[in-house]
Design a protein around this ligand. Structure first.
Ligand SMILES: [Zn+2]
Length: 119
């Protein structure tokens, strides 16, 4: 567990950061030592960039998307470029559960060899 404010390690069970005094429980996404952003798989509409910012900073996801689209129109093409840059920089969410292994469908048995004698 690391402080979401200053990034210093927190003693186990502490409610406040001894370095900066921030609440240790304020941010449920502060489990990462680097406090990095990620693009959630479940919330994304396009690349998950809006969802990444909304989750990271506690913004309303719908409002974030609306503002992103509006800014994309008003300051075109700055927002579009920023979106693409953020898409490249913000890593994909690491799935908590490992993906189920791919099981190929059973192969159909080959057709029986045709026997010209049967006709
Ligand atoms: Zn701190």
């Amino acid at each position: 567990m690391f402080c979401h404010q200053c990034g210093k390690p927190l003693p186990a069970g502490s409610n406040f950061c001894p370095s900066c005094g921030a609440s240790a429980r304020a941010n449920v996404f502060a489990a990462s030592p680097l406090n990095t952003m990620y693009r959630p798989r479940a919330l994304r509409m396009m690349a998950g960039v809006c969802a990444a910012f909304a989750v990271r900073y506690g913004w309303d996801l719908t409002a974030t998307r609306v503002i992103t689209v509006l800014l994309g129109i008003v300051i075109f093409p700055v927002m579009e470029i920023a979106y693409l840059v953020a898409w490249m920089l913000i890593p994909e969410e690491i799935p908590l559960m490992p993906q189920a292994p791919f099981v190929p469908p059973p192969v159909a048995p080959p057709p029986p060899p045709s026997n010209p004698q049967a006709y």
